[in-house]
Design a protein around this ligand. Structure first.
Ligand code: MF3
Ligand code: CO
Ligand code: CO
Length: 303
């Protein structure tokens, strides 16, 4: 890095934002000042806190715990159990590993995990509802470990899924994969949303608008928002060090939702099935790395 604060950047030089594009094709002429560090600029313009090596290591450790928690839930998931039993498993395992479940008391949320069944889109509150064979169950966990947050979810089959369940779960999982593959420096937030929306709608499914992915790591929900719909090339340019979730909520029917009396649970207005997968993703100089990695190509096995 030059010691001169206002080092001249040539039109054909690599853009200082880290996009990998030429300066003239990227930030030239936009509202930036030459030489300002990317980290300072993203904070000033967007309130985005870029993560450095020790932060990334910390989020990755929280992410490993998140995935272990989802694995433990999967092993114990069966027809006849209540959603509160899932809450107990998540809560106890999180605490046992020296972490805190971020959902507990978050804006008044009363439990340690979100469990959303069938037509429930997200933010289901664990309670005495009994899980039945044939249900699809999203489990969304966010441990805080040494002050770092990682956010991940999966939708599981319980027993043998019907054709609608198989379809919406496989489309939702592929949406997450395609969204993640749109993550690289120089691409934009809109590229992620476009990739997801384009695929979901091509399959006759719909994308929920009211809930979006989000920056994560130092806090539960940080800027930027990551909509799962959008237009190519629109929105904030992705730069290395950004950490955010991608968590498409995909409905088998229409995209509209309503919120239940508990003020949390979002359900599809048309009562169609809804599925979601979520990972926490880091933008790297080459593309992306998941900090809550799990296989998005494994055979979708009914449990
Ligand atoms: N884990 C959810 C997300 O992906 C947020 C849940 S907020 C809660 O962003 F309060 F419902 F836990
Ligand atoms: Co999230
Ligand atoms: Co989540």
């Amino acid at each position: 890095m030059s010691k001169h604060k206002h080092r001249h950047i040539g039109r054909n030089d690599p853009c200082p934002c880290g996009s990998g594009l030429k300066y003239k094709k990227c930030c030239l002429g936009k509202d930036i000042s030459d030489g300002e560090k990317i980290k300072d600029r993203y904070l000033r313009l967007y309130n985005i806190r870029l993560k450095e090596k020790p932060d990334i290591e910390g989020i990755k450790k929280a992410g490993k715990l998140a995935i272990q928690t989802l694995d433990l839930v999967e092993q114990n998931l069966r027809g006849g159990m209540t959603t509160d039993e899932i809450n107990s498993i998540v809560h106890e395992f999180t605490i046992k590993n020296g972490a805190t479940p971020a959902p507990l008391h978050y804006r008044g949320f009363p439990k340690s995990v979100c469990v959303s069944i069938n037509e429930e889109i997200c933010h289901g509150i664990p309670g005495n509802r009994v899980i039945r064979e044939g249900d699809i169950v999203n489990v969304d966990v966010t441990p805080i470990l040494n002050g770092y947050y990682a956010d991940a979810s999966k939708t599981f089959f319980v027993g043998k899924p019907g054709p609608g369940a198989l379809k919406v779960v496989s489309v939702a999982r592929r949406c997450l994969k395609l969204g993640m593959e749109a993550v690289k420096p120089g691409n934009t937030v809109g590229d992620i949303g476009w990739a997801i929306q384009n695929y979901a709608e091509s399959q006759g499914c719909s994308v929920v608008r009211e809930f979006v992915g989000h920056g994560v790591g130092f806090d539960f929900h940080e800027p930027p928002q990551i909509p799962h719909f959008g237009e190519k090339g629109k929105g904030i340019v992705l730069v290395p060090g950004m950490v955010f979730t991608i968590e498409p909520m995909i409905n088998l029917g229409k995209k509209e939702l309503r919120i239940l009396e508990d003020n949390w649970t979002a359900v599809t207005k048309d009562s169609s099935l809804s599925a979601q997968f979520e990972q926490t993703v880091l933008v790297t100089p080459e593309g992306f790395e998941s900090l809550t990695p799990y296989d998005l190509d494994a055979p979708l096995v009914p449990k």
